[in-house]
Design a protein around this ligand. Structure first.
Ligand SMILES: [Zn+2]
Length: 339
């Protein structure tokens, strides 16, 4: 099978490698689409500080082509989401059967190989069959939806709760839509007008520009109570101590993302306000709950206008997109067509 591998920063190769089912609970999946995010670009340009070589590609969907004799949940032609995080199977928690609490979660494209390849051989427990009502494009966001649901759980969201979401990229946008679905009131903040406009098209009611009037605008929306929870989205480009200024005393601040850049924050305000600081990153995914939310159309992806590009152009896409990113231009997610 064909794989796209990053040998070292900015060196991409294509290789042929045989890969066949080795146990009767495995299935061989033809990869059809992969989501290209800024994480893949950081793997390519070296800023993610990974161990190379690595096959990038965290989020993928495909069609089962072949199954072992012991497979019960998938069969030939089942359309599936290939799990982006999987338990290690080796740590004490995994050995005790509690894979949800795995101490060494394996993340596709990061500490294990990702899905930029034409076929993936995986245990069927690492594949989620997709309902017909969930499109491939929606299914590529199952991992993102799952992370956002973990954030919502961590915030202890209640009906009518005001939550500031800092960063209107894909994660902040999807999180805000899910907060609305859970009957909370998100206030989405960014410096980028274009991202805020997309958010408004997605049905997010309160979008605020990160400028000198931010605190005043939040006070107006919350009736002077400010927000009881804030979420800072990784790589949003805004100050990491902004949540301390806008969160009410005793509130919760969640830092969320797949990886974090080197950041420093001045803690005094957070300590004076007795804020709870926590992070959600590569937690164990609840893919079934995420699929259910997509079936219920809890997230509107249409305004993202995701560009579809052929994998044959990958080298050129990596080069041009990382160049944009290095210039400080935020890049949008796109979809790689693998067939
Ligand atoms: Zn484990």
């Amino acid at each position: 099978m064909k794989i796209w591998k990053i040998l070292s920063p900015k060196v991409l190769t294509e290789e042929e490698r045989p890969d066949n089912i080795t146990t009767d609970t495995q299935a061989k999946v033809k990869v059809t689409r992969v989501l290209l995010t800024d994480e893949e670009l950081r793997s390519f340009n070296g800023s993610a500080k990974l161990k190379y070589p690595v096959i990038p590609g965290r989020f993928a969907v495909g069609i089962v082509g072949e199954t072992g004799t012991g497979c019960v949940s998938v069969e030939k032609n089942t359309r599936v989401y290939i799990h982006d995080v999987t338990p290690c199977g080796k740590c004490a928690q995994c050995a005790a059967g509690d894979t949800d609490s795995c101490a060494d979660i394996q993340v596709a494209g990061t500490n294990r190989n990702g899905y930029l390849r034409d076929f993936v051989v995986a245990e069927e427990s690492e594949l989620s069959p997709l309902p017909a009502s969930v499109s491939d494009e929606e299914a590529l966001f199952i991992g993102v939806v799952s992370v956002c649901e973990n954030v919502i759980g961590r915030l202890g969201v209640t009906k009518g709760m005001h939550v500031a979401v800092i960063g209107a990229g894909e994660t902040g946008n999807i999180l805000s839509q899910l907060l609305i679905y859970h009957q909370a009131v998100p206030i989405l903040i960014d410096a980028d007008d274009e991202k805020l406009a997309v958010a408004a098209q997605c049905g997010i009611y309160y979008t605020l520009k990160a400028d000198g009037s931010l605190a005043e605008n939040i006070n107006r929306i919350t009736g002077g109570r400010s927000v009881s929870g804030s979420v800072y989205c990784s790589f949003c480009g805004l100050s990491p101590d902004l949540p301390f200024e806008i969160t009410a005393p005793g509130g919760t601040v969640v830092y969320a993302g797949f990886t974090f850049p080197e950041i420093t924050a001045q803690l005094k305000t957070a300590l004076d306000k007795r804020l709870t600081l926590t992070a959600v990153t590569n937690d164990y995914s609840n893919n079934a709950a995420a699929i259910n939310l997509l079936v219920n159309k809890a997230v509107n992806f249409a305004p993202f206008r995701l560009q579809k590009r052929p994998v044959a152009d990958l080298a050129q896409i990596f080069a041009s997109e990382t160049q944009k990113m290095e210039k400080g231009i935020r890049v949008n997610y796109s979809i790689l067509n693998m067939i």
